[in-house]
Write a protein that binds this ligand. Sequence first.
Ligand code: MLT
Length: 302
Amino acid sequence: MYKYNCLNPIAQVGLDKFDENYVKTDKVEEADAVIVRSAAMHEMEFSENLKVIARAGAGVNNIPLDKCAEKGIVVFNTPGANANGVKELVIAGMLLAARDIIGGINWVQEHEEDGDLVKMTEKKKKAFAGTELEGKTLGVIGLGAIGVLVANAATHLGMEVYGYDPYVSVDAAWKLSRNIHHAKTVDELYKESDYITIHVPALEDTIGMINKDAISLMKKDVVILNLARDLLVNSEDMVDALVSGAVKCYVTDFPTPEIAGVKGAIVIPHLGASTEESEDNCAKMAVKETIDYLENGNITHS
Ligand code: MLT
């Protein structure tokens, strides 16, 4: 009988995949398998029993990969399982940047008891006028599962799309709309784009990639979206760019204290993958991978 621990709750459809060979334990130190979402595992003690960690999500930076390699613990993630959820929030983020929906809603809430709201709205609404996405250029950095979906969706909104990824897979290339321009360098993408969205993992060569040097190559008034990892953007440089107006809007899915509250920042509390569908898909995939490894020794997405 295998013991599993869920460090973060996962969707029931995933748990339903565990049959009578599996029993849940609250103790990480006695588990054969750990299912984790965002809990940080770097400081945790692992038992000799631990054979597999399945991350219900794409990024694995909350897991100490070196320690796992040393102890022979297999680590899985669930690539693509939440890609649609993230894609939809990227599109919403672009719309929030283009249209003053947040300002407008806040204004209505502040004035809902102030008499004739309809009349007041007619006078006020010019202040909330925005722009449209159609005809604007979007640069997508990273053409993995999420980047490909975002790029394709943006073409359907009438956007011109530049994609950049030095390691694009054949599979991703096939899924990519033929209407997407392949930027030869990331600098080319910076120069061409009105909107830039990042979909790469936080690695040595990507951490801090959006910094003052990168921003200096971008169009003035660019909108930058980061629903990938907070470390990809140098927060200090981003605050300076928002204050100076070099960046018109920064949409981030990471509640970074120094960014929240700066004019032009739209800070979302890490909701990219927080949809019923994405949570179900991630839970199902994480548990399937775990069972397949424990019972058949198969390794997928590790
Ligand atoms: C991911 O890496 O896919 C996300 O961070 C998942 C999540 O929101 O937990």
